[in-house]
Ligand binder design. Structure first.
Ligand SMILES: *[C@@H]1O[C@H](CO)[C@@H](O)[C@H](O)[C@H]1NC(C)=O
Ligand SMILES: *[C@@H]1O[C@H](CO)[C@@H](O)[C@H](O)[C@H]1NC(C)=O
Ligand SMILES: *[C@@H]1O[C@H](CO)[C@@H](O)[C@H](O)[C@H]1NC(C)=O
Length: 495
């Protein structure tokens, strides 16, 4: 208890120091400094919590984070760089999944995908080992790239990977001995960590020639340390007979058949891919290609249309939903989403999530711009959550997910004596979504003997404060409850 109190004091001080431009929250009961979020709500929203993985100019609050729509913290994971933090279905259960690792400064990363159950126990850890080459030539524990961590209905995980390869780049102004990055994806069986499918762009150069890349080679790229990022693979999703991948540096999605063949290309540039686009269906530098309602005649394709890159700021970033007509080889725009009161140019990262087919709400993470937004069925912005300064803090993707969790760890308590028989209590239970009140008990000994009910207090966000008086012992214990049902019990705390 003494230790917790001391930590609490240090934290409050640290919170003030860490608050550079953007404010951070500090707590008495947990060593967390998550960014405070600014919530603007302008219409009815879908149910769910906000899932982000901020990183940027401050080490504090760089973690998988869950907030509620009132801006309160619900969960903070360990301090590490994360991506794709969200709820997915695995073996018919809701689990949380996220990538954690090192992002590096070449636009890709090396890491591991963690899968946690609704008590936050890690039930699967997915890694990728193969004969990859890294820019520094050093081996990594796992080569899963940050861009994708998609669980499929067959309980496999789709991930991307980047490999350094020597390649003749004379055709695009380089030399025969230059280096570039291959774009690969893997389907991994989650239960066994076995690779069940892999695919590499460099093995399909006839279908996807390097000359088609929109990413110029530039002066500094083409060495092993700085390989040319021709493709920039950033999403993979299962299709009926294969996969659809997003290659940002081709402004395109490619449908890859199970046999490896490129079946078609949906390009955001007119007269390039296999489809005729309507005026609004043009897109560039995109992320997060998602497919719905696939039939032999067509499908809905959604994506985050960055329309910008660090060296090429073109148009406002939008969410784009299209119908791809396979029979007439035409693409027609179904929806475009942008907030006209808050026009964003996101030069990297980002996500597009259809919240539910019933509400048709869409949730978008703006990547390099530290904001997430929700749009209603009429494409009006109804929610904005900002968690940092523009271009100073990023979350690779941002999601809204429904989630119920009761952690395997105990609730935390910190106590400050105010008079000889009174105290102020601080109570929290990181990640718990189900409790709505705290019951406070006094005990006659550290063993929790002769428990006497002192009072109960309504849950107030992440950390609840209560003042208790008339105490007849120096031992207190708190219980997180839903109504009268106990869900978790703290240690017996001495104060
Ligand atoms: C990565 O590239 C190297 C060098 O070209 C090659 O030997 C290796 O097989 C590649 N790794 C994978 C997983 O494709
Ligand atoms: C892969 O399957 C597609 C669809 O059946 C077919 O058109 C294509 O020729 C096949 N490619 C190979 C290499 O077998
Ligand atoms: C898929 O089809 C169903 C039934 O027609 C429709 O209600 C739903 O909105 C469609 N989904 C998308 C993403 O268009």
């Amino acid at each position: 208890m003494v230790r917790l109190l001391a930590a609490g004091g240090a934290l409050l001080l640290a919170a003030q120091v860490a608050a550079d431009n953007w404010p951070f929250a500090g707590y008495r009961t947990a060593p967390y400094l998550p960014p405070k979020v600014k919530v603007t709500k302008s219409g009815p929203t879908d149910p769910g919590y906000i899932f982000i993985g901020p990183r940027g100019n401050q080490p504090q609050g760089t973690a998988a984070l869950i907030y509620d729509e009132d801006g309160g913290l619900v969960y903070q994971g360990p301090e590490e760089v994360t991506a794709n933090f969200k709820v997915q279905k695995l073996f018919n259960e809701d689990v949380i999944t996220f990538w954690a690792g090192n992002m590096g400064d070449l636009g890709f990363g090396y890491g591991t995908v963690h899968i946690l159950d609704n008590t936050y126990r890690e039930i699967y850890t997915v890694t990728l080992q193969d004969n990859f080459i890294s820019p520094d030539g050093l081996p990594r524990d796992s080569y899963i790239d940050l861009h994708e961590s998609q669980v499929t209905h067959r309980n496999t995980l789709l991930v991307t990977a980047y490999n350094v390869t020597q390649h003749d780049l004379s055709a695009i102004g380089g030399t025969p001995n230059d280096y570039m990055l291959d774009g690969m994806f893997f389907e991994i069986d989650i239960a066994t960590n076995e690779i069940v499918y892999s695919w590499s762009v460099l093995e399909h150069l006839a279908d996807i020639p390097i000359e088609g890349s929109k990413q110029g080679l530039g002066e500094e790229y083409g060495t092993m340390e700085k390989p040319w990022d021709a493709y920039h693979i950033n999403s993979v999703e299962l299709m009926d007979e294969g996969y659809i991948i997003s290659l940002r540096h081709y402004w395109s999605g490619f449908y890859i058949h199970n046999n490896g063949t490129v079946m078609w290309r949906l390009s955001g540039e007119e007269e390039v891919g296999d489809f005729e686009l309507d005026d609004k269906a043009v897109f560039a530098w995109q992320h997060d290609i998602r497919v719905y309602n696939q039939t032999s005649e067509g499908m809905v394709v959604d994506l985050f249309n960055n329309a910008n890159t660090p060296t090429d700021v073109v148009a406002a970033t939008t969410g784009l939903s299209m119908y791809v007509d396979l029979v007439n080889r035409k693409v027609s725009t179904l929806r475009t989403m942008k907030d006209s009161d808050d026009v964003i140019h996101s030069v990297s990262q980002g996500s597009y999530q259809l919240l539910s087919p019933q509400s048709s709400h869409v949730f978008m993470g703006y990547g390099s711009i530290a904001r997430v937004k929700e749009y209603d069925a009429d494409n009006n912005e109804v929610l904005t959550v900002q968690f940092g300064d523009d271009n100073a803090v990023a979350s690779y993707r941002g999601f809204k997910c429904q989630w119920k969790a009761t952690p395997f760890w105990q609730p935390a308590v910190a106590i400050v004596r105010t008079t000889s028989d009174a105290a102020t209590m601080f109570m929290s239970w990181n990640g718990a979504t189900e409790y709505d009140n705290w019951a406070i008990y006094s005990a006659s000994s550290p063993l929790g003997e002769d428990m006497t009910f002192v009072s109960s207090v309504k849950r107030d966000g992440f950390e609840t404060t209560a003042h208790v008086t008339g105490l007849r012992s120096n031992y207190l214990q708190v219980v997180a409850r839903k109504g009268n049902t106990p869900l978790g019990t703290s240690v017996v705390a001495y104060f």
